[in-house]
Design a protein around this ligand. Structure first.
Ligand SMILES: [Zn+2]
Length: 402
């Protein structure tokens, strides 16, 4: 206060770590009045007297001049103005929570640091922290929405230096489970346009329309082969980018998506963005149904040997995917296998296996790269002609409630 006029915010902030349950502005006001009492008692002072503006003395008459806080340059007097600018930017966006981040001009930051050199930093708080908080409180009042530190729906970047407000609208994530009922459909869009349509392109449009969102990302809990059906319900998260709307009617969307014959979705629910990671890590067992053509007919009693497949397979990265996956060996467990002879040289099997088991290779042996295999056990060629995922197990392992 000897250095010049300092506002209640900046005065109180230097003692922010003392007492709780009040704002820095309140602290500053208390300190100022305490100092004023001392001045009235002594009848004189060494502080810049503009600091005493607005205080009702009985006897002392301070010499008050035009004032501007030398620490924040009046920034805390502009809170309402900034709040108004943010409201304009927020127009048309549906949200329940937000977080404010501020960039202060370098001179202000420097001036605060210089001040700390003089008076110490034992009890202080950064100007930026107070500004974010006070602006957040005002915006909470205006919007009736909450500040959210961890996963805010909207981040508001206030650049005081550039006199600018920018919004980062975070994704809206919808969890769901899908069934794929037609072959030849990849899970996500192929850049080459090799396939007519993907699951993603069938599922996403209804969501994009409802959320008024510009784009999306599709995250599946694994994926089935393009030519395989998925009759089991596979979890996915659709990440809607920059949504204008967040309160979307999931029941209506589900109905809309399910109008097509290729794909069904169910159990739609809004989830937090951090669930994507959880989904990606999830490793459920899966059950498959496969049709197999054998190189020669095998007697029913010899098929009993297929039980030997209930073991841990060693699978080298299959030839069909080796151009896009690292070449390595991995162990995967086949937990259960059942079979039925359909006709001469033709089998149907049902297999339950660990996540990531290459089923087609478990059948063919992939030129010896998978051991053991249907082919190696029966001693003849074996080709998978049809593959369906019939069940995805242990869905309870995923906790998708918010
Ligand atoms: Zn100030």
């Amino acid at each position: 206060m000897k250095k010049g006029y300092v506002c209640d915010h900046c005065l109180g902030r230097q003692f922010a770590q003392l007492l709780t349950g009040m704002s820095n502005k309140k602290r500053g006001g208390i300190i100022r009045k305490f100092v004023a009492m001392e001045i009235e008692k002594e009848g004189e002072t060494e502080i810049e007297e503009t600091n005493l503006d607005g205080i009702n003395f009985r006897r002392y008459e301070p010499n008050v001049k035009k004032k501007k806080c030398f620490v924040c340059e009046g920034l805390f007097g502009e809170l309402d103005e900034w709040c108004g600018k943010i409201m304009v930017e927020l127009q048309g966006n549906e949200f329940d929570n937000f977080l404010i981040g501020t960039r202060l001009p370098d001179e202000l930051v420097k001036r605060e640091e210089d001040l700390w050199e003089d008076i110490g930093i034992e009890y202080c708080e950064e100007m930026k922290a107070e500004f974010n908080r006070e602006l957040g409180k005002k915006l909470e009042e205006r919007t009736r929405k909450d500040v959210e530190f961890e996963l805010p729906e909207i981040q508001i970047l206030v650049d005081v230096d550039e006199d600018n407000v920018e919004l980062i609208v975070n994704s809206l994530c919808v969890y769901g489970e899908y069934q794929k009922l037609e072959r030849g459909i990849p899970q996500t869009e192929w850049p080459s346009g090799k396939y007519e349509i993907s699951l993603e392109e069938i599922i996403a449009p209804a969501f994009l329309r409802a959320a008024d969102s510009s784009d999306e990302k599709f995250h599946g809990a694994g994926r089935e082969d393009i030519d395989a059906l998925c009759k089991g319900w596979r979890p996915f998260i659709l990440e809607l980018l920059q949504p204008k709307k967040r309160n979307i009617d999931l029941e209506k969307i589900e109905e809309e998506v399910n109008e097509n014959d290729e794909v069904n979705v169910r159990n739609l629910q809004i989830v937090q963005r951090n669930k994507i990671e959880e989904l990606k890590k999830w490793q459920p067992d899966k059950s498959y149904r496969a049709l197999i053509e054998l190189g020669k007919d095998v007697l029913k009693k010899d098929l009993e040997k297929l039980k030997e497949l209930e073991t841990t397979l060693t699978q080298r990265t299959p030839q069909r995917v080796e151009h896009r996956r690292a070449d390595r060996y991995r162990k995967r467990k086949v937990k259960k296998i059942e079979w039925k002879k359909l006709s001469e040289g033709e089998l149907e099997i049902r297999v339950k296996a660990e996540a990531g088991t290459y089923i087609k290779e478990m059948i063919s042996g992939d030129g010896g790269r998978t051991e053991p295999s249907v082919a190696s056990i029966l001693g003849t060629d074996a080709v998978c002609t049809e593959l369906d995922v019939i069940e995805i197990h242990d869905k309870d392992g995923l906790q998708f409630k918010n």
